[in-house]
Design a protein around this ligand. Sequence first.
Ligand code: TRP
Length: 330
Amino acid sequence: MSMRKLRILTGDRTTGRLHLGHYVGSLQNRAAMQHEFDTFILLADVQALTTHFSNPELLYDSIYDVAIDNLSVGLDPEVVTVIQQSGVHSIAEMTIFYSMLISVNALRHNPTIKTEAKNYGYSDLSYGFLGYPVSQAADITFCNADVVPVGEDQVPHIELTRKIVRKFNDMYHTSITEPQAKLSVVSRLSGLDGNAKMGKSLGNAIYLSDTPKEVQNKVRKAVTDPARITKDIPGNPDICNVAKYHKIFTPGEYDNICSMCRSASIGCVACKKILTGSLNTLLDPMREKRAYYEEHKDEVTQIIHAGTEKANRIGDETVRMMKDAMHISI
Ligand code: TRP
């Protein structure tokens, strides 16, 4: 008996290129799961507008950048569906329907909204920004996604989605799927500058599209154990960012590198060189795929058009079903 594959939907705001934090938090998982699950990747350009509405050029370029970032990590356009959010009408309609089911206060207390508002310096939130988690619920459920691979900052949004879906289903006797968040093992990557998080708005990111030289320069500037002023002083990998990176990106050598650091038999310069090597080994195959798609942008356009069309077919059916259930179909 053939079972229906479970469906994944996840996505990224199109506000710039993706970085290693996105990779370990979500992209790696997406690539690993693509054959086992029916995978939908959303280019969240409407959500990008909630913070970047006054920067249209960046948004346009980012649609391609984010699409190519996803393809470069090995997502296969033959098996995954790549979708432009603004092209899917049902998402906009469902956002309105769902917005009746959630209070403004619940959105105000959403911890991710709070953190982001603070990071962007917003004191007076726009309706669109405050409401983007509602739109995200529509992103996830227009296609009845079962699983959403995301970083930990997105968990409140998945919880909210579940709450809205439950309420809708209870009220209108529908069976929209309640999605599950799927966290990766490393759901947050700290910045090499010592910041708790790598982020494009924090200016500490290593992008998947960085050149080997850029990676080298960024790693060279990384903050290490501040007490280790010279190479002869033993280091403490427990408080060193570079060590944290080795744990993720040089796992086979991690224990060895830590003991060499503690015994002062390796200095920070040499240690960083190893990390640069590990990162570039990871990024090299991505660079190759990226170069192909940069050369064949029309293929990328085709992939997005085809995926968006498919999403519309699925989403239109969902909206029809919802309207029937709400008794507003005439
Ligand atoms: N909010 C996500 C982020 O900032 C992007 C996103 C939009 C998303 N729609 C989604 C993630 C649906 C998962 C599912 O990265």
